[in-house]
Design a protein around this ligand. Sequence first.
Ligand SMILES: NC(=O)c1ccc[n+]([C@@H]2O[C@H](COP(=O)([O-])OP(=O)(O)OC[C@H]3O[C@@H](n4cnc5c(N)ncnc54)[C@H](O)[C@@H]3O)[C@@H](O)[C@H]2O)c1
Length: 332
Amino acid sequence: MFATIAPRSIWWYGSRNRTAFPPVLYSFARYKGTTAKGAISVQSVSPHAPLGVSAALQGKVSEKPKPKIFDEFSLKDRVGIVSGGNRGLGLEMALALCEAGARAIYCLDLPTKPSAEWEKTRDFLKKMDIGAKLKYVSIDVTDQQSLWNRVAEIGDEEGRMDVCVAAAGILKAHTDCLRYPAAQFKEVLDVNTNGVLYTAQAAGQQMERFGHGGSIILIASMSGTITNRDHAWVSYNSSKSAVLQMARSMACELGEKNIRVNSLSPGHIYTSMTAAYLDKQPHLLEKWSNLNPMGRIGRPDEMRGVCVWLASGASSFCTGSDIIVSGGHHSW
Ligand SMILES: NC(=O)c1ccc[n+]([C@@H]2O[C@H](COP(=O)([O-])OP(=O)(O)OC[C@H]3O[C@@H](n4cnc5c(N)ncnc54)[C@H](O)[C@@H]3O)[C@@H](O)[C@H]2O)c1
């Protein structure tokens, strides 16, 4: 049985995915969301298909099915860049991407030579012997043209670009918002907002060039949504709010190219950035811990799963979203 009028959303979905079905051909059963035979013609198809319930319905009784959920999280053969990847959350996420199967992850950061922490992590990965390489590139994310050029060279070397994590960021000491110096405000926005845009552009240009789509993850912060109590961080908070809207805007422009853009917003996590406060003012540990329902601050390794999920096909319908990982801080 065929419906005479297809819902506009279904028509739109079909046309964007270039399955040129005139609306009148959609069966009512499909619109109802059933798995009637033929429904696949109006759907995109997972590279892991048959998958999930449709695999269960299609499978032969004699076959032993294999679980596929971890295949969906696999980054086998992918190539990516991580800004701020010399240490902290950037390095943690770079390693996670490699462990999930990426072929090469390039860590972009300011120092001319990588840190001891970075070198140890690279050696640790080598010992895993999974064929992944962690590379270091010294670059300033505020230098748009150099970033575009260097990431284009990475594209030339690797022949693809799939993942971008824009994690480079800075946080300044408390500064009164009514007298916030222009130069310092610009400096923070230049790294945390402009630098994130330039990084996403550099990777996105390569994703567009190779035509396989990709996943861009902009590291924002819960401070883009809430204001950290008793902290005079107007430049940081403003810079992170801008990143949230940047992710939504870019997602809307790039969806047609199958380039997904999301922001990832951590809560309080102990890294060099927060150590600048926590080490000097130890009472802050208890204070920050008590500001979320879990009663503790987060660990850098708690960014691993969410980063791999966003980078991989497991999140293939997620774009323009902000994923807040704050131990529930923002819920209180
Ligand atoms: N640690 C937290 O609690 C927390 C919470 C929310 C968001 N974040 C965000 O996570 C990201 C990573 O922070 P982190 O905690 O790992 O801090 P971090 O200071 O350890 O790492 C930031 C990295 O960015 C690099 N960087 C700074 N300016 C740069 C530039 N111009 N060009 C290239 N690299 C530059 C630094 O050299 C450093 O390696 C930041 O964007 C930060 O705002 C952190």
